[in-house]
Design a protein around this ligand. Structure first.
Ligand code: SF4
Ligand code: SF4
Length: 151
């Protein structure tokens, strides 16, 4: 009987409409006005890779150990270096990172013993073609430069 009365008086419909109208309040709108307003990404978000330099000397922190390359399941990192005959240390000559194949798992970042390779919170790395997605050392040190929009 109760069910019949609910059907006759359209109670379920009224309840549904009430939920809809209740959600019309502007305080319930969650749309982000990107790109005018930039979203805050999660602290542990893994985005565009970066090679960090020593902030005091400006020199790369990379010691060319290639651990990041070994750790990468996609084998998309290539570290090139030469050994300095005087210091007997390896010096970085180039570093390539194929962003188009990266799954941002973070294994390379975890393997780096000197916190040189880092997956940053930069998320704007999408583009229309695959060209230019193999980042070299300069690109990795400077980072992406996305267009900045304002409202
Ligand atoms: S994030 Fe993962 S897939 Fe990407 S380079 Fe690092 S280890 Fe390889
Ligand atoms: S693991 Fe770190 S230090 Fe070693 S080659 Fe990669 S970026 Fe350089």
């Amino acid at each position: 009987m109760r069910k019949l009365l609910r059907t006759i008086f359209l109670v379920d419909l009224a309840q549904g409409l009430w939920v809809t109208f209740r959600s019309q309040s502007t305080k319930n709108i969650y749309t982000e006005q990107y790109p005018a307003e930039r979203p805050k990404v999660a602290e542990r978000y893994r985005g565009a890779p970066r090679l960090n330099n020593n902030p005091d000397t400006g020199e790369t922190l990379c010691i060319c150990c290639d651990l990041c390359g070994f750790a990468c399941p996609e084998q998309l990192i290539v570290v090139s270096s030469v050994r300095n005959p005087e210091t007997r240390r390896k010096e970085l000559t180039n570093f390539t990172y194929d962003v188009s194949r990266c799954m941002f798992c973070g294994l390379c970042e975890d393997a780096c013993p000197v916190d040189c390779l880092e997956l940053t919170q930069d998320f704007e790395i999408a583009q229309y073609s695959r060209e230019g997605l193999i980042w070299d050392r300069q690109m990795l040190e400077e980072g992406p430069k996305p267009t900045q929009y304002s409202s």
